[in-house]
Write a protein that binds this ligand. Structure first.
Ligand SMILES: Nc1ncnc2c1ncn2[C@@H]1O[C@H](COP(=O)(O)OP(=O)(O)OP(=O)(O)O)[C@@H](O)[C@H]1O
Ligand SMILES: Nc1ncnc2c1ncn2[C@@H]1O[C@H](COP(=O)(O)OP(=O)(O)OP(=O)(O)O)[C@@H](O)[C@H]1O
Ligand SMILES: [Mg+2]
Ligand SMILES: [Mg+2]
Lengths: 260, 260
C-alpha cells in the first residue's frame, strides 16, 4: 500500500484538487484507492456531497477513540463511497477543528493516522491524504503516516515565499522525527499567458529543480465545473487539460516510486 | 476614520487582493490609507516587498508590548511606505503565528488592535485589515476593531459551504461581544464562462441577497501580473477588468457607509 500526503501551509493552492484528481485517476485505472480528508473545513468531504458538519464516522473518531485510550473495533463505518468505483473516502468532521486545542499538549497522538492505515494495508493499493492549510496535529499525523509528500505550489510570485516556509517547517518536523521526508513540488495554476507564471516556474526550477515535477497543472475552468457536478475532473471530462495534466502526474508518480 | 476588515476562514479567496486593491484605489483618490497585515504568513507584507520573517516593527509588537503590560511609546516605526502615495502598511511578522499559543488562554487581548487604531485616528481616513484564513486572536481583534466587514467568497460550489461556516462563526463572536457585525459578501473569481460561477452567484443571491454586493470581482490574470510587479493592480493597469471591478466596489463602499 502506497501512502501519499498532499500538503502546503498556504491556502487555496490546489491540495484538495490534487488529492481528488490523482485518487480518481488511479481508481479509474483499477487501483483500490482510499482518500483521507484531514481538513476540519472538509472541502474534499463536501466535494463528494457528504456533510462535514453532520458526520458521525470520520477521521475525528480515530482521535477521540485514541484520546479515550481505546481503539475502534472496526474501521468500516469510516469508509464512505464517492460515486467513483474503487475510490473510497474517510471523511472529515468539523469537530476536528478542536483537536489541536484538545490534544496539542499531549504526547503520543502523532501516529493515530499511521496506525489506522496499518490496519487497512491489505484493503487498498493507494492512500492519499488531503491536509488543511495549517500546522497542527493533523499535519503532523499526515507527515508521519506517509511515504511520499506532494507539495502543490501556485506558479506566482508570492507562492515561492510560502514554499520556503513550508520546506523550513518540514525540516523542523523531520528533525524532531529523526528522518527526512521525501517530497515533490507540484506547480499549480500555471497560466502560460502570464509572465508571473512563467517567471515563478523558472524560479522554482532554479531553486528547487531536483525536487520539482517536470510538468505543471495548468489553470483549467473545468475544475470548477467538475466540483459543481460533484465528480472528479477525470470523470467529468476525461479530455480536459486539467485531467491530462493530473494523468501525467500519476504516470510520473507510479514510475518514480517503485521501491515504495 | 473608517475601519474595514476583510476576512474569511477559507484560504485563497481574495482577502489580500481585496485589501491591496481597495486600499490602493482609495489612496489614488487622495485618501490617507493604512493597511494592516494580520496574517502570520504575511502575504500582503511580501506583496509590498517587505519580509515578514525579518521584520522588527510589525503588528506583533503591539501584542508583545501589551502582553508585557506596556504600551508602545510611538507607533511610527510600525508604519511602512508601500510605494503608493497615501498608502501605508503596518506589516505582519511570522512571529504572529505564536500568538494564539502564547495568549489564547489569557483574557484582555481582544482590543489590542482597536486601541492602536484609536491612537492613529487623526492620521488616516481609511484603515483596511487583511486577515489569515483561521480563527484566533488576530481575527477576533480584527472583528472587534472594525466598523464594517467584507467577506470575499469565491463564486463556486464549495465556497458557499465555507460562507455558511464563516457566518456561523461571526454569530458566535457577535454574541460573545454583545453586538452583531455589519458585513457585506463580495463574490470573487467570477468566471462568466462557467456554469459553476453563475450557479454559485445565483445561490448567493438567493441565500444572502440582502448582504451581497451587487457586482462581482471577475477572474483577471492581471492580478497575478501586478503581484509579480509588486504593485496594486490599479497602479499596474488602471484599465484592467479587475481594477474596474474593485473601483466599482470602492464607489459602493463609499456610498453605503455615510454614517460611519
Ligand atoms: N488548475 C486549476 N485551474 C483552475 N482552478 C483550479 C485549479 N486547481 C484548483 N482549482 C480551483 O481552485 C480552488 C482552490 O483549490 P483547492 O480547494 O484544491 O485548494 P486547497 O489548497 O485545497 O485549498 P485549502 O487550503 O482551502 O484547502 C477550487 O475552487 C478549485 O476548484
Ligand atoms: N479575481 C482574481 N482573478 C485572478 N486571480 C486572482 C483574483 N483574485 C485573487 N487572485 C489571485 O489568487 C491568489 C489568492 O488570492 P489572495 O492571496 O488575495 O487570497 P487570500 O484569501 O488572501 O489567501 P490566504 O487565505 O492564503 O490569505 C493570488 O495569487 C491572487 O493574485
Ligand atoms: Mg483543501
Ligand atoms: Mg491573504
Amino acid at each position: 500500500m502506497k501512502v501519499w500526503t498532499v500538503s502546503n501551509q498556504k491556502g487555496g493552492v490546489g491540495k484538495t484538487t490534487t488529492v481528488v484528481s490523482v485518487g480518481a485517476i488511479l481508481a479509474q485505472q483499477g487501483q483500490r484507492v482510499l482518500l483521507l480528508d484531514l481538513d476540519p473545513q472538509g472541502s474534499m468531504t463536501s466535494y463528494f456531497r457528504l456533510d462535514p458538519d453532520g458526520i458521525e464516522y470520520s477521521v475525528y473518531k480515530l482521535f477521540s477513540a485514541r484520546a479515550a485510550g481505546q481503539s475502534l473495533a472496526a474501521l468500516d463505518p469510516l469508509l464512505q463511497p464517492t460515486g467513483v468505483d474503487g475510490l473510497s473516502l474517510m471523511p472529515a468532521s468539523t469537530a476536528m477543528a478542536t483537536l489541536d486545542r484538545q490534544l496539542g499538549a499531549r504526547g503520543g497522538m502523532g501516529l493515530v493516522i499511521a496506525e489506522a492505515l496499518n490496519r487497512l494495508s491489505d484493503r487498498y493499493d493507494y492512500v492519499l491524504m488531503d491536509c488543511p492549510p495549517m500546522l497542527g496535529i493533523l499535519m503532523v499525523n499526515a507527515l508521519a503516516a506517509c511515504q511520499q509528500l506532494l507539495i502543490p505550489v501556485q506558479t506566482e510570485f508570492l507562492a515561492l515565499k510560502g514554499l520556503e516556509r513550508m520546506l523550513h517547517t518540514l525540516q523542523m518536523i523531520g528533525r524532531s522525527r529523526g528522518r527526512t521526508l521525501d517530497y515533490t513540488i507540484i506547480p499549480t495554476f500555471f497560466d502560460r499567458r502570464t509572465r508571473a507564471s512563467t517567471d515563478a516556474l523558472r524560479a522554482m526550477r532554479d531553486q528547487h529543480g531536483e525536487r520539482l515535477w517536470s510538468r505543471v497543472i495548468p489553470v483549467d475552468t473545468q475544475f470548477r465545473e467538475a466540483s459543481r457536478a460533484g465528480v472528479p475532473i477525470s470523470v467529468y471530462n476525461p479530455s480536459a487539460r486539467g485531467t491530462e495534466a493530473y494523468a501525467s502526474l500519476v504516470r510520473w508518480l507510479l514510475a518514480s516510486s517503485p521501491a515504495l
